[in-house]
Structure formats: structure tokens, C-alpha cells
Design a protein around this ligand. Structure first.
Ligand SMILES: C[S@@+](CC[C@H](N)C(=O)[O-])C[C@H]1O[C@@H](n2cnc3c(N)ncnc32)[C@H](O)[C@@H]1O
Length: 317
């Protein structure tokens, strides 16, 4: 098994990452967080404040159900009307980025550097051509897609996510301009990102044929997923990867810990906020799950991504 170099190049330091991370909550960056940042945070406050959850639920109560999706999309369009561009690509709003991965990603330079670094990790490990079939499970706001496009790499890319707003963004700002990058919303439950999504049962299948993918990207997803869903998704990775294909993923793993822990105390330097903020596994347990789905660990690097996430490259046998 090869060891990986530190690939998580970032524009802010790890200490800064930790300081900012605890302020982030996937349900939205609250006014409280914003005011905590006001003592010297680099992020303009106006750009990360979104309507409070209470305001949203009141608005939802007034609107008839059929009107909700178009009103929601109109709101998203207005919220993103001042998109900035890098290399011809729109950069997702700070609020969207912070919602997805935590406040460090609200910093433009941090986000763009991390997107480039993510793509570089992939391109350094395997040959990426127009024909390479990449499935990005839990693609968020299209960080990998952006990184690939900024490096002028086309691919046959499919991004999927349970959060409809991220997919709306990716379709509108990436797919329209780069049709070989496609995005699909999968409306499944995640207590943190999509609590009202459909239940994921044993019979759950990603909408992808067996052995389709050359690459499955699963970055920062196991870290915020219920352990029972991890078992189903790892099995799905094993199913959709072609023989010899590679899965790239991150996870919180340690040796002397319970099989799995949700929001363990005294682990990360920031307090866990909300459900599934940190899901950690015992390393040997996670390896056994990989092995049972014909996935062998080709390369591994301990705690090299963000704070304490370890990186795995798995090969389908
Ligand atoms: C921390 S973000 C990482 C996003 C992206 N992979 C990146 O590195 O920029 C985790 C993403 O996984 C998505 N997600 C969580 N559970 C999921 C599920 N069961 N199916 C699909 N997407 C899921 C969330 O909506 C969120 O966008």
C-alpha cells in the first residue's frame, strides 16, 4: 500500500481551519456565527448571512406546496445574482460553500485552492481523458468539477448529491456551459444535509449501472453520513466501479476507538454542531467493510485532509 503526500493544499492554516470550523453548521451559517466572526474574521458578514430557519419555516407555512419549488429557485437565483468568476467559471456563493463544508470554505482563495488540489490528486493518480467516467457521489457545490475544469480537464463526469440547492447550482453554473459534466439530485435522507429525504433501505441503488465508473469520488461524505448508510454506500461503490477502477475518499479513522462514533468528544478541536458533524470509524472495521465489497486499499494517508480526515485510494478487485 502506498502512502500519499499531503494533498490538501489550502490557503489558510490548519489552526485557522479549526477556529472557523466550529462556527459552521450545515443547516446554515447563523447570525450568531456571523457575529462571532465579526472580531476580525476575513469573511464579509453580509455574504454569509441567510434567512434564519424560523423565517424559512414561516414562509414555507404560507406558501402552497406546488409554489414552493419555483419560489425556492427564485430565491436561490436572487441570492446568487452577484456570482464572481474564476477562469470563466462561476464561484459558488460563500454561504453555499460554508453550508457545505464549513466556514473555511467561505474564503474564496481557500475554496479555489482546495478545488485545484482535489483535481490534482485525481489527475496525479490516474489518467483522466474525455472518456474517463467519473462519478462524484456527494459532489456538493461541484468542487472537484471546478478543479478539473480550471485545469482544462474534460471528463465524462456525473455528480450526485442529496442537497437540491447544490445540484441546482451545479446544473446552472457548470452543466449548462460544460455538458460533459452532469449533475443529478438524489433525494435521500441525511440527517445533516437532507433530513426530509427518502429513507435509504437495503435495496437502495445509485442510478448507475454495475461496473460503469472508472473513478468514484466520495470526498468528505463518509465523514457526515450515518454508519448504516456508510455500509450501503460502500457496497454501491463496489457495485458501480469497474474492475481495476479507483475510489477516492476521506474518512475519520483511528486505531483504538469504538467501531464507529458520532460527534466523539475530545477529538476534533472544534465543538461538533448538529447531527453527523463528525463520524469516526475504527480503521480495521472500515478496512473490513471495504474488503467485503472487493475494494482494496491502494494508498492511504493519515490525517492529511482538513482537520484529521484521512485519505484512501481504493482499487476494485
Ligand atoms: C462535506 S460535503 C463534501 C462535498 C464534496 N464532496 C466536496 O468535497 O467538496 C458532503 C456532501 O455529501 C452530500 N451527501 C450526504 N449524504 C449523502 C447521500 N446519502 N447521498 C448523496 N449525497 C450525500 C451532502 O449533501 C454534501 O453535499
Amino acid at each position: 500500500m502506498a502512502s500519499l503526500a499531503n494533498c490538501s493544499a489550502s490557503a489558510v492554516t490548519l489552526t485557522e481551519f479549526s477556529r472557523l470550523s466550529y462556527l459552521a453548521d450545515a443547516s446554515g451559517v447563523s447570525r450568531k456565527c456571523a457575529s462571532q466572526l465579526s472580531g476580525g474574521g476575513k469573511i464579509p458578514l453580509g455574504s454569509i448571512i441567510q434567512p434564519s430557519a424560523t423565517l424559512r419555516s414561516v414562509a414555507r407555512g404560507f406558501l402552497p406546496r406546488p409554489l414552493r419549488p419555483p419560489v425556492r429557485r427564485l430565491w436561490w437565483t436572487l441570492a446568487n445574482r452577484r456570482a464572481t468568476y474564476v477562469g470563466g467559471l462561476a464561484v459558488p456563493s460563500r454561504e453555499l460553500r460554508a453550508m457545505m463544508c464549513g466556514l473555511p470554505y467561505a474564503d474564496d482563495a481557500f475554496f479555489i485552492t482546495s478545488a485545484m488540489s482535489l483535481a490534482r490528486t485525481l489527475v496525479n493518480a490516474i489518467e483522466v481523458t474525455r472518456q474517463t467516467r467519473i462519478v462524484d457521489v456527494g459532489c456538493g457545490v461541484g468542487r472537484l468539477a471546478m478543479g478539473l475544469l480550471l485545469q482544462r480537464r474534460e471528463a465524462t463526469y456525473l455528480g450526485m448529491d442529496s442537497h437540491d440547492r447544490y445540484i441546482w447550482w451545479c446544473r446552472r453554473y457548470i452543466q449548462r456551459k460544460h455538458p460533459s459534466f452532469q449533475f443529478e439530485h438524489i433525494d435521500v435522507e441525511n440527517e445533516r444535509y437532507n433530513p426530509e429525504g427518502k429513507t435509504i433501505g437495503e435495496d437502495f441503488r445509485l442510478p448507475i449501472p454495475d461496473g460503469y465508473a472508472d473513478v468514484v469520488h466520495f470526498w468528505g461524505v463518509l465523514t457526515n453520513m450515518a454508519p448504516k448508510h456508510m455500509l450501503i454506500y460502500v457496497s454501491e461503490i463496489g457495485r458501480i466501479l469497474r474492475k481495476g477502477g479507483t475510489a477516492f475518499l476521506t474518512a475519520f479513522v483511528e486505531e483504538q476507538v469504538p467501531t464507529w462514533s458520532i460527534n466523539p468528544s475530545d477529538y476534533v478541536s472544534y465543538p461538533c454542531v448538529g447531527p453527523l458533524h463528525v463520524v469516526r470509524y475504527q480503521q480495521s472495521y472500515l478496512h473490513s467493510v471495504f474488503t467485503s465489497h472487493s475494494l482494496s486499499v491502494k494508498a492511504y494517508s493519515y490525517q492529511t485532509v482538513d482537520e484529521k480526515q484521512s485519505e484512501f485510494h481504493l482499487e476494485k478487485r
